[in-house]
Design a protein. Structure first.
Length: 201
């Protein structure tokens, strides 16, 4: 069954809220016959729809991806005999300009506080932010803590990062959908013509 994208029509009127939706963001993907609340219908004024005629919900679910939960960690120094390591933590979904998804002191301080509470002997601290998408930290880790550290980074750090959607409909595409009465049908190729990846912004 074709997939229906539910797209935010206007910026949400909540200033400086990292979780707010912006105009053009795809906030849900449903089957075309899925029941919707009145607020999700185009006539409600908050959302528009694009029906992807040749793709299923599963095939377009990636358009709901956000900026958190995709990181790489690399030990760049150590470990020494005590397990002291210097680690680069890279956010793979930081955009090109570093304005969305970049590491901040607030984000990393939350991670440090949680980790050092769990493991007081670690002494985790920030060394540097060598690039917007990279946080360099140092601490004493035991073998096998990598996955737990990854989980803490996601839970205590990236969960408060900008939750902005990676994919959005361009302003020209939004104008077309609104001009069509708030519902437009097209192929995946036609959708790709009006999609933008914020990681390129």
């Amino acid at each position: 069954m074709p997939a229906k994208l539910i797209i935010t029509r206007d910026d949400r009127p909540v200033p400086d809220a990292p979780g707010r939706w912006l105009a053009g963001e795809i906030v849900a993907v449903v089957e075309t016959d899925a029941p919707l609340g009145s607020g999700e219908l185009p006539e409600g004024g908050k959302f528009v729809h694009f029906i992807v005629s040749n793709k299923t919900v599963e095939e377009v679910r990636n358009y709901l991806d956000t900026y958190n939960r995709d990181i790489d960690m690399q030990v760049i120094q150590g470990p020494d005999a005590n397990g002291l390591r210097r680690i680069n933590v890279r956010n793979n979904n930081c955009n090109a300009s570093g304005t969305i998804g970049a590491w901040t002191v607030e984000v990393t301080d939350n991670i440090i506080a949680e980790w050092n509470e769990r493991y007081p002997t670690c002494g985790l601290f920030t060394v540097d932010f060598p690039a917007p998408n990279t946080w360099t930290c140092q601490g004493t880790f035991t073998t096998g803590q990598a996955q737990e550290f990854n989980d803490v980074i996601v839970e205590k750090g990236q969960s408060i990062m900008d939750r902005r959607k990676i994919w959005y409909i361009t302003p020209a595409g939004m104008s077309n959908i609104i001009g069509a009465g708030g519902i437009q049908t097209g192929t995946a190729a036609q959708l790709n013509g009006i999609l933008r990846d914020r990681r390129l912004d």
